[in-house]
Design a binder for this molecule. Structure first.
Ligand code: ZN
Ligand code: ZN
Ligand code: ZN
Length: 396
């Protein structure tokens, strides 16, 4: 877990000049910034001995642990609920629910962080049933990116020197393959022990703004559909060349290129595929806030379903969790609400909220504003007034 730092026990230094680091993975390259020609390691740096456990101060209402079989053929998700209920209720304390995630995975829910952590460390139980247990990263970790980080600062140095209100547990520098070489980029991802991102991280006096990280689109190399891996694929093996039900290596009509997803004349993995392109864009649009609702819209081109009244009863209940802290303020700006709902009779307060969420124009204006605020490169302060102005502009 400690990356490729094995042999090199050099304590990180406080000066900014790069220096060669021992350990594998380093390649000879010119960084193009005066630090060229040095041997440099760009492998991820992860906090030594890091093990994913719920932090003591976690404020969740439930603590989720995922379970898979150590033997990949044993599909935990397909086991009988009677069996699962039995082993968990008789052998493990503090379990409040069990959920099937997919054929290979179940989630076990605990009410307390320490019972969840104890379960992770309960090798007797896990070995006996041939389970492996882990806390889903999304529960306790959040990855953001910072930009314009000179390539001559190593991941380890960044790990040592960057500070934040949340603990940093991993640093990864983005690289690009050029020929046989990996060339470092100026973007670095930072994983925090937190389920929200800090606004900034500090490198000495210098403050880097932290942006949301959007992971690349996952494409299955078995069925060539998206957002799952071949390991858990329930689909048939397809050929990425002709779309037939065989491996591409066994393709007998390699000249008849036909995409599995859109039947177009390109490989199933090609970025020329309009379906793949759409998925990539969907993913990008998920950045910042209001993601879930927006994706639904992009996916199906359907209207937002009206929310059921009980759900919007509570003033504080967020419709879409990540939005809430940010959306509450813009929503209270009355003018745009009336503007966009002009075709309707002005409804009672609770209905207005439902309509805002159900109205794509309003939602997109909110998203647009949040994205703009999130990408704002300058250092002018973000005030209620500036948010209001940006929002009103986007409503036009
Ligand atoms: Zn698949
Ligand atoms: Zn084929
Ligand atoms: Zn295609």
């Amino acid at each position: 877990m400690v990356g490729n730092e094995g042999g090199g026990d050099n304590p990180p230094t406080s000066h900014k000049r790069p220096r060669p680091e021992a350990g594998g993975g380093g390649t000879e390259m010119d960084c193009g910034d005066g630090g060229g020609g040095e041997r440099f390691d760009y492998s991820p740096y992860i906090k030594p001995d890091y093990k994913r456990l719920y932090p003591e101060n976690a404020t969740y209402t439930e603590f989720k642990v995922f379970i898979e079989a150590t033997n990949n053929k044993d599909r935990v998700g397909n086991k009988s609920p009677i069996y699962l209920n039995h082993i968990f209720s008789s052998e493990i304390k503090g379990v409040t629910a069990i959920q099937r995630i997919n054929a290979n995975k179940i989630a076990v829910i605990f009410k307390q962080y320490n019972t969840a952590n104890n379960f992770i460390n309960n090798t007797t139980f896990l070995n006996k049933h041939e389970f492996k247990a882990f806390i889903p990263a999304a529960q306790i970790e959040k990855t953001g990116i910072i930009r314009f980080v000179p390539a001559n600062i190593s991941n380890r140095e960044l790990y040592t020197k960057l500070s934040s209100i949340y603990e940093i547990i991993a640093i990864r520098r983005f690289t690009k393959k050029v020929g046989q070489q990996r060339v470092p980029l100026q973007t670095v991802s930072i994983t925090f022990l937190s389920n929200i991102l800090p606004d900034n991280v500090q490198y000495d006096l210098f403050s880097y703004r932290v942006f949301e990280y959007v992971p690349p689109l996952q494409q299955c190399f078995r069925c060539f559909k998206f957002n799952h891996s071949a390991r858990i694929c329930n689909g048939k093996q397809r050929c990425s060349i002709c779309g037939g039900e065989h491996l591409y290596k066994e393709c007998d009509k390699p000249t008849e290129i036909c995409c599995v997803n859109c039947s177009g004349p390109h490989l199933a993995i090609s970025r020329l595929c309009p379906i793949k392109m759409k998925k990539i864009l969907e993913k990008k649009n998920k950045i910042t806030y209001a993601s879930a609702t927006m994706t639904k819209q992009l996916n199906n081109d359907i209207e937002f379903p009206p929310l059921s009244p009980p759900k919007i009863d509570s003033v504080h209940k967020p419709v879409n969790k990540p939005v809430h802290a940010f959306v509450n303020k813009p929503v209270s700006v009355n003018k745009p609400v009336h503007n966009v709902n002009k075709s309707k009779v002005v409804p009672p307060k609770e209905d207005i909220k439902a309509q805002i969420v159900a109205n794509n124009d309003v939602l997109m204006a909110l998203v647009q504003t949040l994205v703009e605020l999130g990408n704002k490169g300058d250092n002018t302060p973000t005030t209620m007034n500036s948010i209001r102005e940006a929002l009103l502009k986007n409503f036009k």
